[in-house]
Design a protein around this ligand. Structure first.
Ligand code: SAH
Length: 264
């Protein structure tokens, strides 16, 4: 994907709640999702709930639309069917070792994949979490590194932590794309950029001045010159700036010449 689209990435991130037993948690999870720009909620065998009355509605606050549009499905596999990445969140490590991620790592993987494909983040029951069989549906498990003496977060709060991390990661990608576009725009609108020929001449002068100043009498002068070239390239010099530096080189060379004449 050439262009990063925050909304379409977040749209591809699905939250799956398995066997939720308190309607209020469905509403709170919906609120957690909406505040972070997520909207796709799937409920596997949920308790009775309503988007227009009761706890789910009350705790969703302004996110009742997410509750109302949630899909109810009979089992986990139907909830994640078309997803290319499925991450199960769990407060405790199970007997079977599984690739484990922290929320930052999970968010990176999710955002990267969601640029193109739907992904699912799966959350378990309030009391018992996800079964081993359900966890085995997930390519990765993710854990919030909480207090080891009390590590189980409320379901909706766990959704909030992951949703926030996903949003931060997505925003960071968005900013990176913006920065690249900005620097290209700046480069286009600035003074005439230096040509490769001008830079090449600048490097020749640099080499000769540094040799005369006896800076380059080192083990590997070419290595040093390559490093300096990289510095120059990073600066994205303009035509006028190259001229200024050339002027500096001329002054240094003249000074070295007059000094060495005096010594002669
Ligand atoms: N006693 C249950 C905890 C259930 S809490 C258990 O041991 O799994 C409900 C859900 O919230 C969990 O299934 C998990 O999806 C999520 N959750 C709670 N605390 C978490 C944590 N520290 N890390 C990752 N997910 C967590």
């Amino acid at each position: 994907m050439s262009e990063f689209n925050l909304k379409s990435v977040l749209k591809n991130v699905r939250v799956v709640l398995v066997g939720t037993s308190h309607a209020g948690n469905i509403g709170s999870a919906a609120r957690a999702m909406k505040t972070m720009g997520l909207s796709d909620l799937r409920l596997v065998e949920p308790c009775e709930y309503s988007a227009v009355q009761g706890d789910a509605c009350a705790l969703a606050s302004g996110a009742t639309d997410i509750v109302a549009s949630a899909h109810n499905v009979a089992d986990l596999s139907s909830a994640i069917d078309e997803c290319t990445l499925v991450i199960g969140s769990s407060a405790r490590s199970r007997t079977m070792p599984w690739p484990m991620l922290d929320p930052q790592e999970a968010a990176k993987l999710i955002v990267e994949t969601a640029k193109q494909y739907p992904v699912a983040m799966v959350f378990g029951r309030e009391r018992t979490g996800l079964t081993n069989e359900e966890l085995a549906h997930c390519q990765y498990h993710a854990c919030i590194d909480a207090n080891p003496e009390y590590s189980s977060l409320n379901l909706a709060m766990a959704v909030q932590v992951f949703a926030y991390q996903i949003r931060c990661t997505a925003l960071e990608c968005d900013r990176k794309v913006d920065n690249i576009v900005n620097s290209i725009e700046k480069a286009v609108s600035a003074d005439k950029p230096a040509t490769a020929g001008e830079l090449n001449f600048l490097f020749q002068r640099l080499e000769s001045v540094l040799a005369k100043a006896e800076f380059l009498f080192q083990q590997d002068p070419q290595y040093m010159l390559r490093k300096l070239k990289r510095v120059v390239y990073k600066a994205q010099l303009e035509h006028k700036e190259v001229n200024i530096i050339q002027g500096i080189f001329t002054s240094i060379e003249n000074k070295i010449k007059s000094l060495s004449k005096k010594i002669d």
